[in-house]
Design a binder for this molecule. Structure first.
Ligand code: SF4
Length: 464
């Protein structure tokens, strides 16, 4: 019987069926960070339990780290307390911690792949919703809550319910100026933010096959914003080439053997899907959100929904954003530009943004910052001179962290500021100000908006 990757990986990690219908699933990799782990460790200590598999558990600091001065102790007492707790817990349980002095610290979903910890055919958990990112390698990867972090720490397994699989094909080729971010915003815009409930999204088709791992990570990262528990892309030669030679990847003959096994994990031709969706890649335009969830988006040359229905989600969004029904999204003034996050804070994202801004200056009324997703991304970008391109244009060049994606650190919006952001959530208050407004878009579009001072179409703006 042909099977999907989801089914194969699930079956190979199933420990046993539980009386309540759930499966006890073995977890191959547990990534932890400073925000969702302290309480879980406290509960372990309370019961006198040890971490079951410290060799499969890896920690980093990302959400709360300041990106300007990283002098310890941090100025923010809460950040210092959380950091100290993670350091203490990792020491006590023998868990590797990639801290600020490690040279590889960064956002958990950026460093897992970079270090070769993320591999095809794995089950991966982390106390962060965007763990779906790791599905880009052909893994079953999903976010968990603090009590589940405790369970995985204690047993290296988790009680979970299986999901259905929706295959999403993106056919053909993307046009110039259209990126993975536009693809996933378009998918979420068309299907809605709740359509993925109870599903895993399997992405495929010629446009996805052609994508780099960085781009596939952007797609899988935002699966959760479409309501899916997880998203994945079947592993292929692009995947193997990315993993080869990384610090925790198998080496030598073991790598070749691993590739054979990883190939077997890919969905079989004729595998059964619970649903199928097809999008034509060439039909996708640079996409911008205008509302308060990632499904409220329009092509950059489009207009906001026309007409208002009292009490509707669109009505609430228009009110919050202060936009008019039917107005064009292009031309909306921005105050802040943010390039970063686990969605679009990788080297390829920084390269795209730098390509757009080279030789230009950030608009006088815009505050612009670039926050590399990891110390490794920052170093690689500096080796290429990208930091100088950003600095010359008037962008602030920061240290690695989650930064303004969720503003659990000093990077935040103030008042009613409008932010062109390469992150993944535009919820009310997400970027630190309860009244702040977020427009999600690709890094290239953020860069163009920073220069123009307003939302512009990067396809035509670059030609001016
Ligand atoms: S960048 Fe944002 S979404 Fe990603 S891990 Fe950090 S806070 Fe979560």
């Amino acid at each position: 019987m042909p099977q999907t990757l989801f089914q194969k990986v699930w079956d190979r990690h199933a420990v046993r069926q539980l009386p309540n219908g759930q499966t006890q699933l073995y977890i191959g990799l547990h990534l932890i960070h400073e925000v969702t782990s302290p309480q879980a460790f406290d509960e372990l200590a309370h019961r006198g339990w040890r971490v079951a598999a410290p060799d499969r558990t890896f920690a980093t600091l990302d959400h709360i780290v300041p990106t300007l001065s990283q002098q310890r102790p941090f100025a923010d007492g809460m950040a210092e307390t959380m950091t100290s707790a993670l350091e203490r817990n990792c020491r006590a349980h023998g868990i590797p911690l990639f801290d600020l002095t490690s040279g590889v610290q960064g956002i958990v979903h950026v460093i897992g792949p970079e270090l070769g910890l993320t591999q095809p055919g794995m089950t991966i958990c982390c106390g962060d919703s965007h763990t779906s990112t790791h599905g880009a390698f052909g893994a079953i990867a999903f976010g968990i809550g603090t009590s589940q972090v405790r369970d995985v720490l204690a047993s290296q397994s988790l009680a979970v319910s299986p999901v259905r699989v929706r295959r999403i094909d993106v056919t053909g080729r993307l046009a110039a100026g259209v990126f993975a971010k536009d693809v996933i915003l378009t998918i979420i815009g068309r299907l809605g933010v709740h359509a993925g409930a109870g599903y895993a999204y399997e992405y495929g088709g010629a446009a996805i096959d052609r994508m780099s791992l960085d781009e596939r990570m952007t797609i899988c990262n935002m699966s959760i914003e479409g309501g899916a528990r997880l998203g994945y892309v079947n592993p292929d030669q692009t995947t193997f080439d990315y993993v080869r030679g990384r610090r925790f990847a198998p080496a030598g003959d073991a790598f070749d053997r691993a590739c054979d096994w990883w190939r077997e994990m890919a969905s079989d031709p004729g595998a059964p899907y619970d649903d199928r969706v097809v999008l034509e890649g060439a039909s996708i335009a640079p996409t911008v959100t205008w509302g308060i969830n990632p499904g409220q988006s329009v092509p950059v040359d489009g207009c906001l929904p026309d007409g208002r229905e009292a009490g509707s989600a669109a009505d609430e969004a228009l009110d919050f954003m202060g936009f008019d029904a039917g107005q064009p999204i292009a031309g909306v003034k921005i105050d802040v530009a943010f390039v970063g996050s686990c969605t679009n804070g990788r080297l390829s994202d920084l390269r795209e943004a730098a390509r757009v801004i080279r030789g230009h200056r950030v608009s006088a009324h815009v505050r612009a910052l670039v926050v590399p997703g990891s110390q490794a991304v920052r170093l690689a970008a500096e080796r290429e001179g990208l930091h100088e391109v950003f600095a010359d244009a008037g962008f602030e060049w920061r240290s690695a962290g989650c930064s303004m994606c969720l503003a659990m650190n000093p990077d935040r919006l103030h008042g009613r500021e409008v932010c062109a952001s390469s992150s993944n959530r535009n919820f009310k208050g997400r970027q630190g100000s309860p009244t702040g407004r977020t427009l999600l878009m690709s890094p290239a579009m953020v860069a163009a908006a920073a220069i123009a001072g307003e939302v512009v179409d990067v396809r035509t703006w670059g030609a001016r």
